[in-house]
Design a protein around this ligand. Sequence first.
Ligand SMILES: Cc1cc2nc3c(=O)[nH]c(=O)nc-3n(C[C@H](O)[C@H](O)[C@H](O)COP(=O)(O)OP(=O)(O)OC[C@H]3O[C@@H](n4cnc5c(N)ncnc54)[C@H](O)[C@@H]3O)c2cc1C
Length: 441
Amino acid sequence: MFVLEERRETPVMGEYETVVLGGGPAGIAAAAASGRAGRSTILVERYGFLGGAGTAAGLANFCGLHAKVHGEHQQVVHGVCDDILSRLERLGGLSQPHAIFDDRVLAQAYDISAYKIAADELLLSAEVKLLFHAFAVAAVKLSKNEVEALIVETKSGRKAILGKRFIDCSGDADLAAWAGAPYEVGDGAGNMLYPSTMYRIGGVDPLKAGKAWEVIPKLMEEAAASGRRFPRKKPIVRPQPNATEWRANLTQIRNPDGSAVSGIDAEELAFGEVEGRRQVRDTFEFIRASAPGFERAHIADIAPQIGIRETRRLRGEYMLTEEDVLGCADFADAIGVNGWPVEEHVAGDVEFRFQKAPRGFNQLPYRMLVPLGVDNLLVAGRCASMTHGGQSAARVSGPCFVMGQAAGTAAHLSLLRDVKPGAIDVKVLQKQLEADGAWLG
Ligand SMILES: Cc1cc2nc3c(=O)[nH]c(=O)nc-3n(C[C@H](O)[C@H](O)[C@H](O)COP(=O)(O)OP(=O)(O)OC[C@H]3O[C@@H](n4cnc5c(N)ncnc54)[C@H](O)[C@@H]3O)c2cc1C
């Protein structure tokens, strides 16, 4: 059943050389790179702050900035992300990297409020126009292959934002889908990575808690063996920069039929938020009752939104595969690297598959940002062109920063040469990325 809406004229609120949709790591890096190149740039974000899932879904932790390269831990993502890291450090909101998965790779915790401030400051310094509280809802096409405008709903009404280049960093490939670019959802058999609701625990006694990140999984395993039910195996409970506060990544949000709640289905999302908070309460009560150092703890924050790991993935000029990640593939059009292993959130568990080559990282090709059939669009971040297995690795923050910076720089170069982003000289892109501090591997 349908209702017919009235035709209407939508006011144009601005015209920009680069329009970036989404303020996660990909969108931050894309807008920063475009703005720094001198392009008039707007970033459209539905929330009132930047950081994407890193803030809105409460991740509080960077993965994928590092790799274990021939046995040595190394930061392998540089460029815009270095600027974020140094701003976080100055704000006192960054922990030292910590080893995980039996010392196979490093991750790095940050304070969520500090990340919001650091990202604001970074983008303002790049002269990016920030449009918060703007929900993108549609695209207007200039021709079959070209986007003319992004349509947003705001508190001051429905508006159109005109652009020459568009970069979809929505995580869900919203703009790419509206523009008619081909995409996939899930593993081809209807399975998406399962989402989680993240929360932070305050009032922990850090001395007493000690290495509770090792103790809590054991306590949960023992309890599960005696019949206690938990949302999933392999819980992650880790301290934040302020060691009285810990983040908890241990829920798994399923529909009543057991399938993953979909981040592009409004009713499933609504159900998932409530189910996520139910799991938060249940798992927190177990931790407080059983883990030393957590006796006087409280729930400091439940993330504003359910954490979505996978929805639409672009089918672009090249799809990064799981084999590329595990085999540490190289590409002639490399824009940076990914050192994160495959981390597949399956029903009730998380499956890890690690790089088979000692180098420990794969390169990311520029072609994974270039959609088929839409000429003035690039897609970066967790919705870029990857297979389900490839995305299970390269969806984390580090590679998303890489893709974003490359997309913002490519948008600039394509305007400079007046060619489609897909037709730029990749050697020039690579030179520019290196000049801007990126490491291509
Ligand atoms: C529970 C969970 C735990 C995770 N843990 C980690 C971790 O510890 N470390 C790590 O590095 N990664 C982790 N990840 C992976 C994480 O998703 C990625 O690192 C990263 O955030 C993806 O970046 P992105 O920029 O592609 O998209 P996102 O971070 O998802 O950002 C997309 C942005 O676009 C905005 N947006 C979307 N649609 C619209 C629209 N229509 N209009 C306006 N704005 C819109 C969103 O509000 C959001 O701000 C985790 C993911 C989940 C779900």
